[in-house]
Design a protein around this ligand. Structure first.
Ligand SMILES: Cc1cc2nc3c(=O)[nH]c(=O)nc-3n(C[C@H](O)[C@H](O)[C@H](O)COP(=O)(O)OP(=O)(O)OC[C@H]3O[C@@H](n4cnc5c(N)ncnc54)[C@H](O)[C@@H]3O)c2cc1C
Ligand code: FES
Length: 302
């Protein structure tokens, strides 16, 4: 219980309290509550990933459900278990949430077999978020590797839907092969938004690939920003965000202005079970979003 109280102290930040449009006590009840949700659509993205639209069945709960970019939900598949999944949709989307899910094992495998109309449970939203209000008026570099585009998609929607609030926006995305690229149907739409620089790179091109080839850090060679006026959001496997953050650091961007999302095995998602902690830090409530300075000072975090 102590950890739970600490978790919500983290939420004292004024920005954090804003979307919680009902009072704190009710909020605590809400995060423990399981919302019954219908899988209203399933879109196959790649061999391994599918995009799920989840619609909370109860009208009032659906209206009230809000989240911030970077937060996650616990998805329960009856008879199989529960897994943490980042919310991958725009915060302005009120009818349903989107989750991009890779087939990894028991629960995600069951979800991949589920059809439209199937029912699941969702709890949340949980965890910290990317501090987009702090980034207002500045340039933002958003970098994702592989499945990292799933948590990055919500902040991408935020900066593109509020384009005039930011200076330069750079979206950089890389995967091993073109077949693994997620949301490729969306890049053109993001590109068409006024003055957004989006670049995609793959390590192992196929014959049809005409874009850049190499590691994602290569894309940073062409990014020109004033480092004192720039924030970065980096999502992907730890080895990737380590290299990207080191490169951003060389560009002069302070480590406490780079934000990453950490993944740990989770059980409760709300600071009760001690499954996800790194030392005394709970990834589910103190994170999953951390600034890079905190991450490198967190022993065994990466
Ligand atoms: C905050 C957070 C957000 C996440 N967001 C997404 C997302 O948007 N999309 C998505 O596809 N996945 C996401 N994950 C990972 C997802 O939760 C795991 O893939 C899932 O729990 C695996 O459960 P399973 O029952 O299918 O696999 P299991 O049968 O439990 O395990 C299968 C394999 O996956 C590995 N695994 C299990 N959990 C994790 C984990 N947390 N991190 C890394 N490897 C794991 C196991 O070691 C094992 O090798 C997120 C995880 C966290 C903590
Ligand atoms: S304390 Fe239970 S998942 Fe973090």
């Amino acid at each position: 219980m102590c950890a739970l109280i600490n978790a919500y102290d983290v939420r004292q930040e004024s920005e954090m309290l804003q979307p919680l449009d009902f009072n704190r006590r009710l909020r605590l009840k809400q995060v423990a509550k399981v919302f019954k949700a219908e899988i209203s659509n399933v879109i196959r993205l790649t061999e391994m990933e599918k995009l799920f639209h989840l619609r909370i069945v109860d009208d009032t709960d659906r209206e009230r459900f809000t989240f911030l970019p970077g937060q996650f939900v616990m998805v329960e598949v009856p008879g199989y278990g529960e897994v943490p999944i980042s919310i991958s949709s725009s915060t302005s989307n009120k009818g349903f949430i989107e989750l991009c899910i890779r087939r990894a094992g028991t629960v995600t495998g069951a979800l991949h077999r589920a059809r439209r109309g199937a029912m699941v449970g969702i709890r949340g939203p949980f965890g910290t978020h990317f501090p987009l209000k702090r980034m207002k008026g500045r340039s933002v570099i958003l970098v994702a590797g592989g499945l990292g585009l799933a948590p990055l998609r919500a902040p991408i929607f935020h900066v593109t839907e509020n384009r005039s609030d930011f200076q330069d926006i750079h979206i950089l995305y890389g995967t091993k092969s073109p077949e693994q690229l997620l949301f490729d149907y969306q890049y053109e739409a993001w590109r068409r938004i006024d003055d957004v620089n989006i670049q995609i790179i793959v390590e192992e091109p196929n014959e049809a690939w005409t874009g850049p080839v190499g590691m994602i850090t290569k894309l940073l060679d062409d990014v020109k920003v004033d480092p004192s006026e720039t924030f970065a959001i980096v999502c992907g496997p730890p080895v990737m965000f380590k290299f990207v953050c080191q490169r951003l650091s060389k560009m002069g961007i302070p480590m406490d202005r780079m934000f990453v999302s950490l993944e740990r095995r989770m059980h409760c998602g709300m600071g009760k079970c001690c499954r996800c902690n790194v030392g005394s830090t709970y990834t589910c409530t103190d994170g999953p979003v951390f600034d890079y300075w905190s991450v490198i000072n967190l022993k065994e975090a990466i």
